[in-house]
Design a protein around this ligand. Structure first.
Ligand code: ZN
Length: 318
């Protein structure tokens, strides 16, 4: 079976091809094909082949009420990482005010910083200092730039002196944040959710551009507008690389599958393969979260391997 990700660490899903007919979901009693996207549970007879992925932080997904469950990829994350992923339906969302400092929102706003910047403590820059930029620069135009490039020499020195740069040893317990919030909706709905003070008061950050492989593209959206599951995978990849680096093999080979700009990975974060490709949490990235793309990759394949794409979509999303 063809796959869009030849070099990622994704379990074999050929057994899912054997699924015949539909099953009745235990919780909502609806008829489903491979999994229940509403209740986030797998087909009971095939649950064993669905991978489980442990994440270093909690992921909250806020879904717009009008967003159709069947068209969303949020449930993939909940099925594969059930203990660390929660899906909420806006406006019923958790109160994050008590967790300020531990929560980040993945959203491109004029105040957003990159993930690697958060690890360097750059998010604490005072806005009045213009993010360490020379006078005359406007921060809003520099979102696409790595903040490292525009950091003043004195800031760079300060980071080195404080030992905040690269030398800090991270475990799951001392990451710069404990929870990440994603908004799962169309771009238009997304803007309306972001207007909610409970949401826009959360520190925001952006992920690197990468080309989407989603079979549903949004009208007028650029090709780096990712589906939710791709965005979560990209986010975790950046968190992991910032905290624990990346394996050279993975960097050289697997990243090509993702079609992303790898300039966010400094050479000091690339490590040679000297531990037999171990995939534990705090080791350099070697595919630890790739299985989050298990259903995404599988569905992509079956949808694109058949002539009747629309009929196939209906079968899955019904
Ligand atoms: Zn269900």
């Amino acid at each position: 079976m063809n796959t869009i990700y030849n070099n990622l660490e994704i379990n074999n899903y050929n057994n899912l091809l054997k699924v015949e007919g539909r099953f009745r979901c235990d919780k909502c009693k609806s008829s489903r094909k491979f999994f229940c996207y509403k209740c986030s549970c797998p087909h009971p007879e095939y649950a064993d082949i669905v991978p489980r992925v442990e994440l270093p932080i909690q992921i909250d997904i806020i879904k717009h009420r009008q967003e159709v469950f069947g068209k969303s990829t949020s449930s993939h994350a909940k099925i594969i990482s059930p203990d660390q992923v929660n899906i909420y339906e806006y406006p019923e969302i958790p109160d994050y005010s008590a967790e300020t400092g531990d929560v980040i929102l993945i959203f491109p706003s004029s105040k957003s910083v990159s993930i690697s910047s958060l690890f360097k403590g750059i998010s604490t820059f005072d806005f009045k200092e213009n993010y360490g930029l020379e006078k005359g620069f406007f921060i809003g135009t520099l979102l696409k730039k790595n903040l490292d490039e525009v950091m003043s020499d004195s800031d760079r020195e300060r980071l080195h002196r404080n030992g905040e740069h690269d030398e800090k040893i991270y475990s799951r317990d001392n990451l710069p944040f404990k929870r990440a919030v994603f908004i799962d909706s169309t771009w238009k709905q997304c803007r309306s959710i972001y207007k909610d003070p409970r949401i826009n008061s959360i520190k925001s950050c952006v992920i690197q551009n990468r080309k989407t492989k989603f079979w549903r593209t949004q009208k007028g959206a650029p090709d780096w507008y990712l589906s939710t599951i791709e965005a979560i995978h990209q986010f975790l990849l950046e968190v992991h690389v910032s905290a624990w680096g990346i394996h050279r093999n993975y960097y050289d080979k697997s990243l090509n599958d993702l079609e992303l700009d790898t300039s966010f990975i400094p050479p000091t974060k690339i490590f040679d393969d000297n531990d037999n490709g171990e995939k534990s949490m705090c080791k350099p990235y070697n595919g630890q979260y790739d299985n989050l793309l298990f259903f995404f990759s599988f569905l992509h394949c079956i949808i694109h391997s058949l002539d009747d794409v629309n009929g196939k979509l209906k079968m899955i999303e019904k």
